[in-house]
Design a protein around this ligand. Structure first.
Ligand code: NAP
Length: 472
């Protein structure tokens, strides 16, 4: 058999998803020595970049600047983008396998974990996923409503960086967000906000907080916000102290110090407060006439699990906290792709070293690979995906070297998309839309102006395509 990867027979790979993990996998393929490769990248949205566009907070433009790296990867002549193409609707897995030597699933984790307590469906209870998508103009969430104009106190459940993003967006002066690419509908709502307090609810102690210390520092540096911690909850218990010393990350050690410093400063005198609570878990969200009014919290203590990790153990002690809104920020969760194996327990595509398996302990599925949150679960920063995607590509290249990749029967997927009248967005279309979004933003004193619906995005892509055609 003639092994693909040569000038006359390039290796053909597609990624499904166009977030960081997809781009890092593409980069690893393009950098493989002596390999001639073509990568087609699909996304169900008309725009690329996954969570960099739809997840990273608008006031973190320095993090969003990572797309400069992805633009360079996309400039490789072997790269094509197919936006507005959805698996299960426009294409099936079999279509991909017929056209590519390998398919890389880079579909992320699009849903969120539930709390699993009574009252989760009350009006006023939201997931952070919805809120983050809404303020980032993600088309899936444009119609969500958040009643910030009637809220004073908001509880955010969870102690990760998403919880911190939500807290910061809620507490920050909207004027500071007005120059970013925050969705216009979100800016209008935030301008009416009466939120003065965000209560962050951590089920473990300060030493186990999952957020990065700089996220806490960033909120503490906001001109109008005090970070407030109860002295009794800032204490690092002996179990956590030993755990921190032995295996705590530097970020966790720093968090524990910062939290103790804030506890020493009392309530402060600023108008807005971030209250960090620890060792409390919501056991019921309670309401009146279907609308949230308070959260019943159960207190906890920490005990070592079998690995020695401090875990919360519920105490027979409760309190209620009056709140107007709750945002659940307790982690993302993957959703199944039609026709692709799914590990329902972990919410990921089952895999070994990035090679897709039929089930968690099952056989390999030939020609299919997985990267990013769909591979390892929703953990890690954007950069974590670089090494992780490289590792999956390493598996793919080993399989290629072992002649383990089946030859596709068809050549160019564009023919199939054309036959099916699927109006895909190309990279050239995206570059024009990208320039348009930036120029529209500039005219409004903002870094970028994002349209919040697929229809509006496609209409603009078509208009820009038409303009480009008349200029030739
Ligand atoms: P995360 O870091 O896993 O944090 C989830 C938090 O929810 C943890 O504090 C966890 O507590 C808590 N939790 C889970 N189930 C709970 C329950 N039933 N009740 C109460 N609390 C519960 O997840 P994330 O915040 O969604 O972030 C996902 C990833 O994206 C992370 O790697 C994060 O660092 C990254 N991210 C980074 C940035 C940034 O760099 N600025 C911004 C956003 C996201 P336990 O620890 O006790 O399980």
């Amino acid at each position: 058999m003639h092994r693909p990867g040569t000038e006359s027979l390039p290796l053909r790979v597609c990624t499904v998803g166009s977030g960081p993990s997809a781009f890092y996998a593409t980069e690893a393929l393009f950098k493989a020595p002596g390999l001639r490769v073509q990568v087609d990248m699909f996304d169900r949205l008309p725009v690329p970049y996954g969570l960099v566009r739809g997840g990273v907070a608008p006031d973190h433009q320095n993090i969003k600047a990572v797309v400069k790296i992805y633009e360079k990867i996309a400039a490789n002549p072997g790269f094509r983008f197919f936006g507005n193409v959805k698996l299960g609707r426009d294409l099936q897995v079999a279509d991909l396998l017929a056209h590519y030597h390998a398919v890389i699933w880079a579909v992320g984790a699009e849903s969120d974990n539930k709390l699993g307590v009574p009252g989760e469906d009350l009006a006023g209870v939201h997931s952070a996923t919805e809120f983050v998508g809404w303020y980032n103009s993600h088309p899936d969430f444009r119609d969500r409503r958040f009643d910030l104009a009637r809220a004073r106190t908001v509880a955010v459940v969870g102690n990760g960086n998403v919880a911190m993003d939500v807290a910061r967006v809620l507490l920050q002066d909207p004027a500071a967000l007005a120059t970013t690419d925050l969705a216009e509908h979100a800016l209008a709502t935030l301008r009416t906000s009466t939120v003065r307090e965000v209560v962050l609810l951590g089920r473990r102690g300060p030493a186990q907080a999952a957020f990065s210390p700089k996220e806490l520092e960033e909120i503490a540096e906001l001109p109008d916000v005090d970070v407030v911690v109860r002295a009794d909850e800032a204490v690092v218990d002996p179990l956590s102290a030993a755990w921190l010393e032995k295996e705590g990350a530097r970020s966790q050690q720093r968090n524990a110090r910062l939290i103790a410093e804030h506890a020493a400063h009392g309530d402060g005198s600023k108008a807005r407060k971030l209250r960090c609570r620890f060792l409390v878990a919501p056991v019921e969200l309670q309401g009146d006439n279907g609308r949230l009014t308070q959260v019943r919290l159960q207190h906890a203590t920490l005990a070592a699990d079998a690995d020695g990790t401090p875990r919360p153990v519920a105490k027979d002690s409760f309190e209620t906290l009056a709140v107007d809104l709750v945002f659940k920020a307790v982690g993302y969760r993957g959703i199944p792709v039609p026709g692709v194996p799914f590990d329902n327990k972990k919410g990921i595509i089952p895999n070994r070293d990035g090679r897709v398996l039929e089930s968690p302990a099952g056989q390999r599925v030939a020609g299919q690979y997985v990267v990013g949150w769909a591979k390892r679960g929703p953990t890690g920063l954007i950069g974590t995906n670089s090494a992780d995607s490289k590792a999956t590509v390493e598996s793919l290249l080993q399989d290629l070297a072992a002649d383990g990749l089946a030859a596709p029967t068809r050549t160019d997927i564009s023919d199939l998309l054309r036959q099916r009248h699927i109006d895909h967005v190309s990279w050239q279309d995206w570059l024009r839309l990208d320039a348009w979004e930036q120029s529209q933003g500039k005219a409004r004193g903002r870094v970028r102006w994002k349209l919040p619906s697929v229809e509006e995005l496609l209409r603009t892509v078509h208009a820009l395509r038409g303009e480009a055609a008349t200029q030739i």
